[in-house]
Design a protein around this ligand. Structure first.
Ligand SMILES: Nc1ncnc2c1ncn2[C@@H]1O[C@H](COP(=O)(O)OP(=O)(O)OP(=O)(O)O)[C@@H](O)[C@H]1O
Ligand SMILES: [Mg+2]
Length: 506
């Protein structure tokens, strides 16, 4: 299959050639023709398989006709993190160089006014995190009634509990007749079930088995002691044992662990820096830029760096903690071994984490071999007595838990989920990250534009009411710490999540 067979315009074909792409990847070959035919698309393909170009290229073709008007963008791309939104903007501008389009990046943590000025002049494309997009809308700086194409990247993450109120609200502000494209490397069944709320007769393009990891990623499991200090020592030993590290990301579940690991690794002579959601945005951007430039060898990160980031030099991923959501494992290890490159992924696992390892292996349909140089790890795969109890209260929309998680951890909100809606008078720029903040109200507003009609009159599903609300309160967390991933807890639970459930089906 050639790019020229996909129906792209001559100008886009030139852009593809300039970008150095010779043949389309399978997701591009599968998703581009229906996207050009103005159909809705659900595109599922492994990490690093070219999903970005699968929506950028048809979007460029679409934008060749027509013009942007002030404050009324023509296309919209939603991303779960600021870093990923910025990366997609760069990819869009690089590939679409000759198209001379106006691309506005609307993300939290940076100047609101510069962004507003850009949309004011008329943006062809808006690439945004949901919270900041809604801020612009609420301040009357933006109308979404002209959006012809909506792309939701990392769609399963965006429809998860933390983001869903914002996504539902944004979709109500878009025209009914828009085209919608969803992309991700994972799509849990309970999220899949609610996608029909947003997609109209979608063409499903599924390139590889669901949630599979790329074949080019060599994955290993390493048994780790449960004592925190000894576990850090085990990590250092592991890092030292890997002599071929070019750049590596070390993932931990909690922001405090990330910060602690940064200090500890630096003290032991590693060239390391941290990236997590409690850092201010300029520090986040600086750190990521240094890592991309190869000035930092070990990026210690929370799940804020787990999705979408495309850094070809990442040769290794180390999981200091086993991710609690099995899907997060797929995304974390997918930061290496991209676009057919070789990659290495190691995961430290204590006995207490055994059941998460099991859930990951079930999801990826593969046993992760134990690192030959390490001690036997049989007990890590057993459901040992140390494993924490399943948190039934954290079951999600579909009535199924995404994976089994310890109660205190399950109670915590995701880092990049939408933030509190602040009082209108104050109107501070909102951010995509709300963990500790209060929930936003998700009531429709009077100033809704006329086209503000969802595809269905009402969302078909409502999240289940948490059965053990008190267990979600951070005060009940044994460590008082917050995993850098997850959704609402008692402190920030929005009203619509705790009111009586009308329909518990799905
Ligand atoms: N047709 C192609 N030929 C060669 N390289 C390509 C092609 N399409 C994309 N790439 C490159 O592959 C890399 C990964 O692409 P991309 O970031 O779009 O992956 P993805 O599928 O979105 O992954 P993730 O699930 O992690 O977000 C990028 O560096 C991109 O430039
Ligand atoms: Mg991507």
């Amino acid at each position: 299959m050639q790019f020229s067979e996909l129906g792209l315009s001559p100008k886009v074909l030139e852009a593809v050639e300039k970008a150095g792409f010779t043949t389309p990847t399978p997701i591009q070959a599968g998703a581009i023709p229906p996207a050009l035919a103005r159909k809705d698309v659900m595109g599922l393909a492994q990490t690093g398989s070219g999903k970005t170009a699968a929506f950028v290229l048809p979007m460029l073709s679409l934008l060749e006709t027509g013009r942007a008007r002030a404050r009324i963008p023509r296309t919209l791309i939603l991303e779960p993190t600021r870093e990923l939104a910025a990366q997609v903007q760069e990819a869009f501008e690089r590939i679409g160089q000759a198209h001379r389009l106006t691309v506005a990046l609307l993300i939290g943590g940076v100047s609101f006014d510069d962004q507003a000025a850009k949309i004011d002049r008329g943006a062809d494309v808006v690439i945004a995190t949901p919270g900041r997009l809604l801020d612009h809308f609420e301040r009357g700086k933006l109308l979404l009634t002209g959006v012809e194409m909506l792309v939701i990247d990392e769609a399963d993450r965006m429809l998860d509990m933390g983001f869903i109120p914002d996504i539902e609200r944004i979709c109500k502000l878009l025209p009914f007749t828009r085209q919608t494209l969803f992309f991700s490397a994972t799509m849990p069944p309970e999220i899949q079930r609610i996608t029909n709320q947003f997609l109209h007769a979608p063409v499903r393009v599924e390139v590889s088995p669901p949630s599979s990891t790329a074949a080019t990623i060599e994955q290993k499991l390493v048994k780790a002691p449960s004592d925190a200090k000894a576990k850090r020592e085990a990590l250092r030993q592991l890092l030292r044992s890997q002599t071929s590290v070019k750049n590596a990301i070390v993932f931990a579940n909690r922001k405090t662990t990330v910060a602690l690991l940064e200090v500890s690794l630096k003290r032991h002579g590693f060239n390391a820096a941290a990236l997590h959601g409690d850092m201010d945005q300029s520090a986040r951007l600086r750190t990521l830029a240094s890592f991309r430039a190869g000035e930092i060898t070990f990026l210690i990160a929370s799940d804020v760096a787990a999705r979408g980031l495309d850094i070809p030099e990442v040769s290794h991923v180390f999981n200091f903690d086993v991710p609690i959501h099995a899907e997060d494992y797929v995304h974390r290890v997918g930061r290496t071994g991209r676009a057919g490159r070789e990659g290495h992924a190691f995961m430290l696992a204590t006995n207490a984490e055994a059941k998460y390892v099991k859930a990951i292996e079930q999801l990826i349909r593969k046993t992760i071999p134990v690192d030959g140089s390490a001690a036997p790890i049989e007990d890590v795969r057993e459901d040992g007595a140390e494993a924490p109890r399943e948190d039934k209260s954290r079951r999600r929309r579909g009535g199924k838990s995404r994976s089994e998680r310890p109660q205190a951890e399950a109670a915590q909100p995701r880092e990049e989920s939408p933030r509190e809606e602040k009082p209108r008078e104050a109107k501070p720029p909102r951010d995509e990250k709300p963990r500790e903040a209060k929930p936003r109200e998700v009531k429709p507003r009077e100033e809704k534009p006329r086209e503000d009609r969802p595809r269905e009159a009402k969302p078909r599903h409502e999240p289940q009411q948490p059965r053990r609300k008190e267990s979600r309160d951070r005060r009940h967390s044994p460590s008082g710490d917050v995993p850098d991933s997850d959704s609402f807890h008692a402190g920030n639970m929005p009203a619509f999540l705790v009111r009586p459930v009308r329909s518990a089906s799905n």
